[in-house]
Design a protein around this ligand. Sequence first.
Ligand code: NAP
Ligand code: ZN
Ligand code: ZN
Length: 347
Amino acid sequence: MTTTIAAYAATSATAPLTKTTIERRDVAEHDVLIEIKYSGICHSDIHTVRGEWGSIAYPQVVGHEIVGEVTEVGSAVTRHKVGDRVGVGCMVNSCRECENCLAGEEQYCLAGNTGTYTAVDRDGTITQGGYSTHIVVVEDFVLKVPESIPYEKAAPLLCAGITTYSPLAHWNAGPGKRVAVVGMGGLGHMAVKIAHAMGAEVTVLSQSLSKQEDGLRLGADHYFATSDPATFTQLANTFDLIINSVSAQLDINAYLKLLRLDGALVNVGAPPEPLPIQVFTLFGNRRTFAGSSIGGIRETQEMLDFCAEHGIAPETELISADYINEAYERVLASDVRYRFVIDVATL
Ligand code: NAP
Ligand code: ZN
Ligand code: ZN
């Protein structure tokens, strides 16, 4: 049996998203039913529905920054109860048996984690994401949202928050470390806040200085425009860690040259095009070029608790569902301050 619920879906790579209905499975013994309150808009949603990462099946509901309230639990559920404030991020299941799952790094499941949207679920259906009123998820992939994080602010933590927290933690951002954040959008502005809270010296590298005041307010110590060639000479051999959150292709070698000895540039931005590397740039300063994908369930809970403890919440613009298509255009124009969040009550 299934239940019909309201959603916003893409029907092709080029058509605007439209209101529709989808089916949610009945709550099984390990499942939790969540009434979605808020859903963030991630640039990955746009790459996905426009087929930029490969073709997908339509209609498709995206959205993987989900917060809401538990309204029903399966008979074997122990981690959550009716009324709990919870979140769901980019994955809703994994094999739980491979060495990466056993290490708590389910995002790197060797069998492939089950994405919150466009993935083949255990029952063979295609997963449908958070631009919808309800979702059914196995309890182990449901996070607890701390009371002190405002509900309408919490959603972007489930992707933008964990995707930046994980590499910052892994590469030891902290006191004495110089961290640069390339691109100050949804992910980038969270990277600034989290790196600052971890105690690092934070520099924003943005296309222009138009968001400089915001960057400094959010916790950056320095702010540079990458449109100015002098930025690249002035900052050569400077950073221990660079988080590149840019959604488009960049001259990555120019950024690698900003790393000091043993520095690492971690790409979290996911442009469809390759980023060609000149290996001699890596030889200098023994530099590392790395990637990072979201974060595991345990680390996502750790990030939520860290944000609650440090009073960190994203800068959001609350929108109604009928504004989604306009919001997409503004994200593409780098005109987002700094994450659009859909008020699902308007859906
Ligand atoms: P976003 O809000 O659009 O932010 C991207 C920022 O990149 C923009 O605000 C802009 O910052 C900069 N930018 C955009 N186009 C650019 C260009 N042509 N040249 C230089 N800079 C440009 O997007 P987001 O939601 O933060 O996502 C960023 C990327 O991360 C996307 O590709 C997304 O798919 C990916 N992502 C990856 C993971 C993962 O697990 N690795 C998770 C989530 C998202 P400025 O205006 O400051 O220059
Ligand atoms: Zn995302
Ligand atoms: Zn696995």
